[in-house]
Design a protein around this ligand. Structure first.
Ligand code: NAG
Ligand code: NAG
Ligand code: NAG
Length: 281
């Protein structure tokens, strides 16, 4: 990651209910990589009860810190226990050091977007047509999406969605173009991304708009019938379920399901056992 300015965190997290369904105990183990070739690794564990932070282990300091009267008392024993110290060193190796290669390859990873154009609204009397260009499943998040009309970039009538995280490392973005179709023109959506050696141009097939009037009338009726559904479903936002392990990049947690290392069982000093399965399908 020497060439990249990423500061990666690998997060292992679990929730388990204790005492009752309303009480939750959470343990979050975190590997933070920085420096040249991710050589500086800090391993930390944060435990919380019903979202109140109780104690933290920090490998840089090499000890536990308590934040509540009970955990301050408790950490005195843990800090005095040489076996606890060895256990934390072992965990740091297992969770952080052995995953360094996966984290580095993540820093090098680029995934090309899949791009599609969709007609959201037919031109209707005085109302212009509305097109949607969507880019799915790309990484990293830096992307440029533009519209062109006869190869000239169009800027008016263009709107963008926020950059949306899929919840599994990848991103998606959408852009709208409001325009009045004219015969024989070419509308295209261009995407520039680190994964692409040259901009990816997707041309809108507007043959429908030039087709027979009957087809358009049929289409319009259909569109009117479906307008309730269409307005609530303009964008197909694919959000995937969170995993147990996550990579934290610039403060945002991105669950990772494909870090290629075998699942490990992790036992924190508390009675709870967490199973970290980094090979989830
Ligand atoms: C761990 O301790 C070091 C040194 O005090 C500090 O710089 C770092 O921010 C701490 N890490 C966390 C996750 O609190
Ligand atoms: C933890 O270690 C830091 C520095 O290594 C020290 O300043 C701090 O007092 C220690 N905390 C406890 C609770 O032992
Ligand atoms: C990532 O890229 C750097 C620089 O291009 C390279 O030295 C390193 O071997 C790559 N790491 C992996 C795991 O592919």
């Amino acid at each position: 990651m020497c060439a990249l300015n990423f500061h990666f965190l690998l997060v292992f997290s679990t929730f388990s209910s204790v005492f009752s369904d309303e009480d939750y105990y959470q343990v979050r183990a975190c590997c933070a990589y920085s420096g040249e070739q991710s050589k500086d690794i800090e391993y930390s564990i944060l435990t919380s009860f019903n979202k109140h932070i109780m104690m933290q282990y920090n490998s840089t300091r090499g000890n536990w810190t308590g934040f509540t009267a009970f955990s301050i008392y408790e950490t005195q024993f843990w800090n005095a226990d040489p076996y606890d110290r060895l256990e934390r060193i072992f965990e740091k190796k297992l969770l952080c050091e052995d995953n360094v290669k996966s984290i580095e390859s993540l820093g090098n990873l680029t995934t090309a977007p899949t791009v599609s154009i969709k007609l959201l609204r037919q031109p209707d009397g005085g109302h212009p047509a509305l097109l949607l260009c969507s880019a799915y499943d790309f990484y990293p998040k830096q992307i440029r999406m533009t519209w062109s009309r006869n190869k000239q970039e169009v800027t008016s009538g263009v709107m963008y969605s926020d950059l949306l995280a899929d919840g599994d490392l990848y991103y998606q973005i959408h852009s709208y173009l409001e325009y009045t179709p004219t015969f024989g023109e070419t509308i295209s959506c261009t995407v520039e991304h680190a994964s692409l050696s040259e901009p990816k141009v997707t041309v809108w097939d507007n043959s429908l708009l030039a087709d027979e009037v009957i087809q358009i009338i049929v289409g319009l009726c259909f569109l009117m019938l479906g307008s309730v559904i269409v307005t609530s479903g303009f964008i197909y936002y694919r959000k995937r379920r969170a995993a147990y392990s996550a990579v934290c990049q610039g403060g945002t947690l991105i669950p990772v399901e494909h870090i290629s290392s075998p699942g490990v069982a992790y036992s924190p000093a508390s009675a709870n056992t967490i199973t970290i399965d980094t090979n989830r399908p």
